[in-house]
Design a protein around this ligand. Structure first.
Ligand SMILES: O=C(O)CCC(=O)C(=O)O
Ligand SMILES: [Fe+2]
Length: 374
């Protein structure tokens, strides 16, 4: 006889996740912390300025990665969340375009891996950009069923490819990590005090207005003493930052285009989720910061930012109309560390790590990916 599966007791995190994911009626968002509106809602949590290492990266190097000088960044910490740093859009005008284009045009290409590879041939998944451009251009006038391949993209893995089934990385499942994204990540990590951070794995998540990402902890990396970096572009999201235990009540906050989150120390192991994508605060088709162009004196030739042509940007804009892209970057191995020879050998190098499996929103340990509500 089949043993009935008991559904887990609904905890505070799951309750809030469902509340914010709900479409009808939409949840009241006044309790969601907005780092751009601290004068209005700063009392939702105790927010304080985060101390950055201003001399860790030269102004020339930050500029080359499309970032403002570190001295100009608005960076915040949260009382009760040691190691958590929120950097409110530190990108220079027009420089987010490069990262959006890379996420749509370059990073989905082989040898990187994406969700479409799971059920399509390599020929079918080659040149997603070229195959989607026309459809994206006619987005306004077409039916929902005719989503382009780019709009069917849910995730891309870079560097050490995260294995969604085993929830592990391995030495033989790796491709070169993009050098531009490594430089951006290493500058941000250095500014937050992690000058030897190595960008080794990336997970890019692609969301639409009906997408969410369930409750989970990122703990598959073997060196958890290094931070996890998260970069957001396009429409905004509600991000729920929970506790070490899955059921603890999370703090809801907005992530807008250009915002960066750094999770380190204890915060590296906190549960989190993205229940909902919401239109950018300006209520426009595109966040205001994405309508800005690169300034005339930007040193394009000596930058890792490759200017996005007008026609490429048109395709990006059509895609971003109802989308959000998030890039997370992780260091997998500590200096001199290697992968365990036996699959179950514990090698985690941070004492806070208990090595339990990544959990999805149902707490079943199933694969965790961006999903769309039907
Ligand atoms: O999209 C986000 O903001 C979060 C992504 C995330 O948590 C992950 O990729 O592990
Ligand atoms: Fe995560």
């Amino acid at each position: 006889m089949a043993v009935p599966v008991l559904s887990p007791v609904e905890d505070a995190f799951r309750r809030l996740f469902k509340l914010y994911r709900r479409k009808q009626p939409l949840a009241e968002l006044s309790g969601v912390l907005d780092f751009n509106r601290l004068e209005v809602n700063g009392s939702i949590a105790k927010v304080h300025p985060a101390k950055l290492n201003q001399s860790s990266v030269s102004d020339q190097d930050t500029q080359s990665a499309g970032l403002q000088p570190i001295s100009k960044w608005k960076a915040y910490g949260l009382e009760g969340y040691p190691g958590f740093v929120f950097i409110s859009n530190p990108f220079l005008p027009g420089c987010q375009h490069h990262w959006v284009k890379q996420c749509l045009k370059l990073y989905p290409q082989k040898p990187n891996i994406c969700n479409l590879d799971m059920h399509m041939t390599s020929e079918e998944t080659s040149d997603l950009w070229g195959k989607s451009r026309e459809q994206l251009r006619h987005k306004g006038s077409r039916k929902r069923e005719s989503r382009s391949l780019l709009e069917k993209l849910r995730w891309v893995t870079l560097g050490y490819h995260y294995n969604w089934d085993t929830k592990r990385y391995s030495s033989d499942h790796r491709s070169p990590f993009p050098t531009d994204l490594a430089a951006l990540s290493e500058h941000v990590a250095a500014a937050c005090g992690f000058s030897n951070f190595k960008a080794e794995a990336g997970i890019l998540n692609y969301y639409h207005f009906d997408s969410s990402l369930g409750i989970h902890v990122d703990e598959s990396e073997l060196d958890l003493s290094q931070p996890l970096l998260s970069f957001s572009f396009g429409h905004s999201s509600i991000f729920l930052l929970g506790g070490l235990k899955r059921e603890e009540t999370p703090l809801p906050m907005f992530m807008h285009s250009g915002d960066i989150m750094v999770m380190s120390g204890i915060s590296r192991l906190l549960h989190h989720a993205v229940p909902r994508i919401v239109p950018c605060p300006e209520g426009m088709a595109l966040p205001y910061c994405l309508t800005l162009s690169v300034s005339e004196d930007f040193p394009i030739g000596s930058s890792i930012i490759d200017p996005c042509s007008e026609v490429d940007w048109e395709t990006c804009v059509a895609y971003l109309h109802d989308s959000r892209i998030n890039m997370t970057v992780r260091q997998v191995l500590g200096a001199g560390q290697t992968f365990p020879t036996q699959p179950n050998q514990e090698t985690c190098t941070w004492k806070g790590c208990e090595g339990s499996p990544q959990q999805d929103s149902e707490g079943t340990g199933k694969r965790l990916k961006v999903t769309d509500s039907s």
